[in-house]
Design a protein around this ligand. Structure first.
Ligand code: SF4
Length: 197
């Protein structure tokens, strides 16, 4: 269904991807891509310490929701990567999660997109889709994340990461999923309990 599925956030450097992922929480990738160029141009990992401050980041991203929190996370990440990681975004799950706001989902996104490691990031949407299709039968995103770790092979995970995002974003949406054109109706829990009925 989605042979060209890929990360839809614009970025050129690891730190740009990390910032874009932070900004994308509860915001569309399109909105993030609109505001990213100016922010990226103004602040990079090598920016002079004197030239980066919280209010400046707020000014660039204030058109997106939760911009105050997101600005703080970007600012604190910038400081921590500079002071503790020698200006390099960590390339492993454990160290990534020491950055402000970065949890297991974001760490997996960075590892899958940036370094092509075999990780499948489970957010609420992926949790929903995997449950609808009976891959898992779980109550929380965390439970789904743990099950997905063992359910799929490493060779499939990073590809699945992109495919599942496209699937929930453009087909199996939270409200009004496109069941009428879906090839998975015969194995779908949602279809059987909501549509067929
Ligand atoms: S049948 Fe509908 S709910 Fe089920 S996977 Fe397809 S689009 Fe999603």
């Amino acid at each position: 269904m989605f042979p060209n599925a890929k990360c839809e956030l614009d970025f050129e450097t690891p730190f740009q991807l990390l910032r874009a992922v932070i900004m994308s929480a509860q915001t569309t990738d399109k909105q993030v891509n609109k505001i990213s160029p100016n922010l990226f141009k103004e602040i990079s990992l090598s920016s002079d310490v004197e030239k980066v401050w919280l209010e400046k980041i707020e000014k660039y991203i204030k058109k997106i929701g939760l911009y105050r929190n997101k600005s703080r996370f970007i600012f604190e990440s910038w400081k921590k990567i500079n002071s503790e990681f020698n200006w390099l975004v960590p390339d492993n799950i454990k160290e990534l999660q020491t950055l402000p706001w970065v949890g297991i989902k974001t760490a997996k996104v960075v590892m899958a997109v940036l370094y092509n490691w075999p990780y499948l990031a489970v957010d609420t949407h992926v949790h929903r889709v995997l449950n609808r299709l009976w891959f898992v039968h779980t109550k929380s995103r965390e439970q789904t994340d743990k099950k997905a770790e063992i359910l799929f092979s490493d060779s499939d995970k990073s590809r699945l990461h992109h495919l599942l995002i496209f699937f929930w974003r453009y087909h199996c949406t939270s409200r009004n999923p496109k069941c009428e054109t879906c090839p998975f109706t015969n194995i779908c829990k949602y279809y059987k309990t909501n549509i067929m009925k």
